[in-house]
Design a protein around this ligand. Sequence first.
Ligand code: UDX
Length: 459
Amino acid sequence: MHEIAILGTGYVGLVTGACFAELGNSVICIDIDVERIDGLRRGEIPFYEPGLEELVHRNVASDRLFFTTDYSEGLINKDFIFLCLPTPPSSNGAADVTILRAAVARIAEVIQSSDVLVVNKSTAPVGTCQSLQRLISTVNPRLAGVQVLSNPEFLREGSAISDFMSPDRIVIGAEDRYAAERLRQVYEPIDAPVLITDTKSAEMIKYASNAFLATKISFINEIADICEKVGADVSVVAEGMGLDKRIGKAFLRPGVGYGGSCFPKDVMALAHLGAIHGADPKLLKAVMDVNTHQFRRVLFKLREQLGYIEGRTIGVWGISYKPNTDDIRESPSVEIMRLLEQEGAEIKAYDPVAMPKASRRLPNVRMCRNVYEVAEGADAVLLLTEWTEFKSIDLKRVASIMRTPIIIDGRNVLDPLKAQEAGLHYVGVGRGKVRKYREVESDALIHPDGEWSTLSGED
Ligand code: UDX
């Protein structure tokens, strides 16, 4: 059992705290937001994350998980202090470490022993751990021995708890082997490969991983665009590519672009980091350009169908940047609605969980109770987040209530044939012409002209 303090109760901090408590440690989560801490003490989770509420309640009831706004109370006599704080982009694209530095300066004023390990989980520029370590000894020279380690998180919103408990890898960056071994012990109950390295390499692993995943998405989005032009089907293309183990299937789903609190800011921060050190990160810039262009492509498609957008009523299904979260930060759907507003469209929208957050950000968008209310009288509907419930929409009903039955499926969720049979004009992403496949085996399909395909029926 370890004594752990977590600074920051956002997605990363709260999930990390609750999971460490679940593993049997005594955990105190600290935040300067009084309302948030009061809410957590009453058992209120400040955001939607499947399974988190139950996990927090269980560990609070077992006296393993505590919340405070008081640094002095929270930081004394701890084995580990985890930093889970925001590093938002500054105006030049670099990650802003002001909050991180302020918190570490406060730690240096409060703690009394050099035995504690300070572990940074926030995504921060390469070199941050070393600079935080220097900061501690500047603020309090008696603490010159305190080690600051890097331990990047790879949690996906929507599956953060299982990502924490069964990760693909645990990365520990330390300048001191003994400190790295101590941190490894905290993760002992978790069955995953542990990579121990220096702090700069660990910090770089986080940026490089996110940038690579974003690259895969922009790559498949560009391939989808070419597929549309030449009449190929990107789902089959991605499947065929993914069967090559060197490529892998994951993150090859074309869509309306990546969003969220990590990818956009991390790719930008890495490009900035490279540039200030004399590198020329052309590929990273292209990844960002393709992503921004992907939002605009939805409007091109809409204009192609409707001729003009001004004064049209456009319905939007899905607001969060991906399913199973109410997070709308950097959501492609929000960006697309902003572009539509600029073009003078009337917008109606529905999302299973993100509407309370969205209505504050998009006051001119009419929030609806369900997908049908959105479709009613709309000139076109855009499907922008792949929520499972959208797969079972009654498409005939939708076609009958729209003013013009046009569906732009930005996530390839709907079955194009069924949509067409229901009377909708269907436009997907990189799906070429809609063809009929005849099923010949459970997992094999045959094309009408006799060519085989191993498409396993994702759609
Ligand atoms: C991501 C990383 O996966 C995680 O390791 C890191 O710690 C934080 O950032 P998250 O932002 O929760 O996690 O979402 P993720 O599931 O990775 O999706 C990011 C974006 O990419 C979403 O907008 C999603 O719709 C998009 N995406 C993902 C695609 O467009 N196509 C894909 O094939 C996969």
